[in-house]
Design a protein around this ligand. Structure first.
Ligand SMILES: Cc1ncc(COP(=O)(O)O)c(C=O)c1O
Length: 358
């Protein structure tokens, strides 16, 4: 492991997941420069790696969100004390895990119905504790959440009356807009959703219930959320690692995540790399070869990637960096990652939450 430190990334064995920290730092700086007074909460479902979280903490990033309890456990182990689990946590087994994390960190969870509320309250009373909850609002994604306005207000009123439960805010994520390329349509739809979220906040405040936090948006919609009065924080994740699909929608962030692969076969017009869909996620589309637009990936098999190449072919053993089409899913495929600076390995990090869904 330590033998890797200082090596050129192109001298590593492959397939090898790499994070270029010079690029990642720029992505962080770009978003920080545009926050317009809002707070940044970073989504850990993209990162999954405690080493990377500690790196971000050393740069002053102390609040994170995640989708799953196992991710919250990794965050707490990494020393994070401000965590939002942006999801519904069902069943006493998971609630017990959340409860044990609450001894070490400020943990909040989301709910969107009375069944969640009752289950949390029953567990909290039994365990002599209390849960901090956000009401999740569906601002157009059609996933979880109550609809804005009256339905959310009704749930929040119930939350406010429920024993051992504290209402701490609203969460609305506009996932349906993240990868939309048409800027005008995206902006109109994003502001429509944000307005519905903030109007709901105002309705709640009007009946005397405090709304300490309104959290929203992702990498694809961050620029709208930071302009919206009434929003407190944004919650993107992919902007740090990025991928070729997100980069098209959000060119201000550059891909820092690549998979190093080796040319293992070639014939006229085509070469083959030693990393396939088990190392490079293809759920959002095809990856690309970094800095080589004339070499086009057209097919991923489990352990092979085929690349069309109508210029002089690379040699057998040559290396290529592949930019994935989905950074979060690619992090989930690997057990470790190297971090590089100026092309040299500076860290080797396990990816503790990869391959886990609990
Ligand atoms: C609740 C929530 N917030 C924010 C995000 C934003 O993530 P990203 O910036 O990777 O699009 C996601 C992505 O799935 C999410 O589920």
């Amino acid at each position: 492991m330590n033998g890797l430190l200082g090596k050129s990334v192109f001298d590593l064995d492959s397939p090898q997941l790499i994070i270029d920290l010079d690029i990642l730092d720029k992505n962080l700086e770009t978003i920080r420069n545009g926050l317009n007074g809002k707070k940044l909460r970073v989504h850990f479902k993209s990162l999954k790696c405690a080493g990377l979280v500690k790196y971000l903490m050393s740069k002053g990033q102390d609040s994170f969100l995640c989708a799953k309890v196992n991710e919250a456990e990794v965050l707490v182990d990494a020393g994070v004390r401000d965590i939002l689990i942006a999801n519904q946590i069902i069943g006493d087994i998971k609630l017990a895990r959340v409860h044990s994390l609450m001894a070490k960190a400020n943990i909040r969870v989301c709910i969107d119905c009375e069944e969640h509320l009752k289950a949390l309250s029953d567990f909290a009373q039994k365990s002599n504790t209390s849960f901090d909850v956000l009401a999740e609002v569906d601002i157009g994604m059609n996933r979880c959440g109550t609809f804005p306005g009256e339905p959310t207000l009704a749930l929040v009123k119930k939350i406010a009356q429920t024993k051992n439960i504290r209402f701490v805010g609203l969460q609305g994520y506009d996932g349906h807009l993240q990868l939309m390329l048409d800027r005008t349509e995206k902006s109109n739809k994003a502001f429509e959703g944000l307005k519905a979220l903030v109007d709901t906040k105002k309705m709640i405040q009007k009946i005397g219930i405090d709304v300490p936090l309104v959290t929203t948006a992702g990498t694809g919609t961050w620029e709208y959320a930071v302009q919206m009065e009434g929003v407190d924080e944004i919650q993107p994740g992919s902007f740090l690692l990025m991928d070729c699909i997100y980069h098209e929608a959000r060119p201000e962030f550059k891909p820092s995540l690549t998979v190093l692969a080796t040319v293992i076969s070639r014939r006229p017009g085509l070469y083959v790399l030693d990393a396939g869909s088990k190392a490079i996620s293809k759920d959002f589309g095809l990856p690309i070869v970094k800095d080589r637009p004339e070499e086009k990936i057209f097919k991923l098999a489990e352990e092979h990637t085929r690349v069309e190449c109508n210029i002089p072919l690379p040699e057998i053993g040559d290396k290529r960096e592949v930019i994935t089409a989905h950074c979060c899913a690619t992090m989930n495929l690997h057990r470790s990652v190297v971090a590089s600076r100026m092309g040299k390995v500076v860290h080797f990090w396990p990816i503790e939450a990869s391959g886990r869904y609990d």
